[in-house]
Design a protein around this ligand. Structure first.
Ligand SMILES: Nc1nc2c(ncn2[C@@H]2O[C@H](COP(=O)(O)OP(=O)(O)O)[C@@H](O)[C@H]2O)c(=O)[nH]1
Ligand SMILES: [Mg+2]
Length: 297
């Protein structure tokens, strides 16, 4: 039996969370086309007969501009420390530049075995990959690069096998049926945030936190969920709600449908929009909304 932790690192939006969800086979981390979708360190666990891979999803790497994003960066840094393998994810359809290579080298130099997943190959011309492979050589990044597509399930088994070959011998850390270290309640708040990321633009989704007030399964099996959508400014609240509440109704309905799929049960969802001025710069509020910097014990 082989088992171990694999930190999934890369720039914002590279496709880290999508890749983990597909490899684990269940949604453990939300996904959107916007950077800063993932705010926490989230574990996604893949268990097979003779191996267990514990993927460590991270907020990724980008420039922090408030206390929340600064904390997210520290979480990415901290998560990359106590692992067995680093899986560096690059978005193949974007231009790969020096900063990518600098990051890859930085993580390689930490001394962990490293693999590169070169993802989104489904939306790029095949010749780009050849050009990029020269760039990898020129920049002295000599670790194995696996071209994959999470969306089209391309080459994933090869990547998985390569990861397993780098894991140490050892027993499982998690029980067979566990796919994440997070609670149902956490995933419910994340699903709400995902739908907000998909629907609203600019700073609005990045300034949103979700607070679950009630999460109760009634005797008839229906979940009664009541949550607050906390935003940063009164004008954000107006946009979130929309004309005659149209926008919030729509986004809540999308969220409810996904929650029902996730819980495999009917959901009765009520949402309220609240304002907490600039909460992303207030450590007390950041903590109250459930965000904590990951630190090794
Ligand atoms: N076409 C395509 N899009 C992808 C693939 N993987 C991720 N994406 C998209 O890339 C965006 C960012 O993905 P996400 O997993 O949230 O990136 P993260 O910030 O690195 O975790 C989302 O819109 C995904 O749907 C892929 O293999 N192919
Ligand atoms: Mg992510």
């Amino acid at each position: 039996m082989r088992s171990g932790y694999v930190a999934v690192i890369g720039k914002a939006n590279a496709g880290k969370s999508t890749l983990i969800n597909v490899l684990v086979g269940e949604k453990v981390s939300i996904v959107s086309p916007k950077p800063q979708t993932t705010r926490d360190r989230i574990l996604g666990v893949l268990t097979e007969e003779d191996y267990q891979i514990v993927f460590v999803d991270t907020p990724g790497i980008y420039k922090a501009h408030n206390e929340l994003t600064a904390m997210m960066m520290r979480t990415t840094e901290g998560s990359a420390k106590d692992v067995d393998v680093i899986l560096y994810v690059v978005d193949g359809h974007e231009r790969i530049d020096e900063s990518d290579f600098a990051l890859m080298k930085k993580y390689r130099d930490l001394g962990f075995p490293m693999l590169v997943a070169y993802t989104k190959t489904d939306i790029m011309p095949p010749e780009k990959m050849q050009e990029d492979s020269l760039l990898f050589e020129e920049n002295g990044v000599s670790c194995d690069v696996y071209p994959v597509s999470a969306r089209k399930y391309r080459n994933l088994k090869k990547l998985e096998d390569a990861i397993v070959s780098l894991l140490p011998e050892g027993d499982k850390v998690y029980e067979q049926e566990i796919v994440s270290d997070r609670s149902e309640k956490f995933m419910i708040s994340e699903i709400m945030r995902e739908k907000i990321l998909l629907k609203y633009d600019k700073e609005i989704p990045h300034g949103v936190a979700i607070v679950i007030n009630h999460f109760i399964r009634q005797e008839n099996g229906v979940y009664d969920i009541n949550l607050d959508i906390v935003c940063e400014k009164p004008n954000h609240k107006a946009i979130l709600i929309g004309k005659q509440g149209k926008a919030i109704k729509e986004v809540s309905s999308f969220a409810r449908q996904d929650m029902e799929k996730f819980l495999d049960a009917k959901v009765f969802l009520t949402t309220y929009v609240k304002v907490k001025e600039d909460w992303r710069d207030k450590p007390g509020l950041i903590k109250e909304y459930g965000y904590e910097e990951y630190k090794q014990e």
